[in-house]
Design a binder for this molecule. Sequence first.
Ligand code: TPP
Ligand code: SF4
Length: 288
Amino acid sequence: MVEMNDLGPPTEIQWCPGCGNFGILRALKKALVNLGQPAHNIFLVSGIGQSGKTPHFIDLNGFHTLHGRAVPIATGAAVSNPNLHVIVHGGDGDLLGEGLGHLLHGARRNVDIAVLIHNNGIYGLTKGQYSPTTPHGQVTKTSPPPSGVPMEPVNPLAQAIVGGATFVARSFAGDIDHLTDIILKAVKHEGFAVVEILQPCVVFNKVWTWDFFNERVYQISDDEHDSSNKAKAIQLAFEWGDRIPLGIFYAEQRRTLQRDLYLPEDGGLYNHQSNLEELQDIIDDMLI
Ligand SMILES: Cc1ncc(C[n+]2csc(CCOP(=O)(O)OP(=O)(O)O)c2C)c(N)n1
Ligand code: SF4
């Protein structure tokens, strides 16, 4: 089983001091230790961005893929080896911009993976352009005054719920205990889990600061919110302002893609022995 001391970092961490990604990495490690699985059963997949560097900074198997394409790669890994706990890391630009289509199709397929959206409301790696979650009117390098961002932001949780995700939650990089608990629940959930993690980018987003979030976030309680009620979950996903809710917005059990797809009787495509002669016949047929 993985222990905290096994997890590195294997290389020097190159995020800015004060970046919210440090809290996310810390909570991820704690969640994986609590998961109690051997390292070979955990697989991290990431897109491009500061968030996409996460697999570099933890000593586990990982695949740093292309911008917006982490969900399809994770889907392939999860479907071919049902023993794997597959965890996707990406930013709001990566998963909600170029990757939004993949996120929605992953959700409707209910593939058994956990998607962690590092939402800092900005493009961090490429130095401060507005992202799909930057609020309407915010001034950034690519949305100058007086109008700022000229459009409404994507609502990550509402998109995930409408898309068909079966576990949808929000946490905050500054609350390690809450984030650890939510990541663990998302990874253990059988189906497509989406976690929006509020994360300050201390260099390029001067609005979503640590103070901004600390003054606003609150934890929803089971008494206040029924996480099996889809309509109420979508309504809650639009609460944003003086109060920003954290917790499990929506959860349900539904058949996963892995269960609905054909899987070889020996347990998974990853150890399936192909008949090379049959394979060659198929290739030859296609060449004619
Ligand atoms: C196909 C493609 N399009 C665009 C880019 C440029 N690019 C790299 S990272 C990035 C966005 C980064 O923002 P985000 O996903 O929010 O991650 P962060 O760095 O803030 O964690 C973009 C547009 C790219 N590398 N590849
Ligand atoms: S630029 Fe922003 S997101 Fe990137 S490492 Fe620095 S603080 Fe973090």
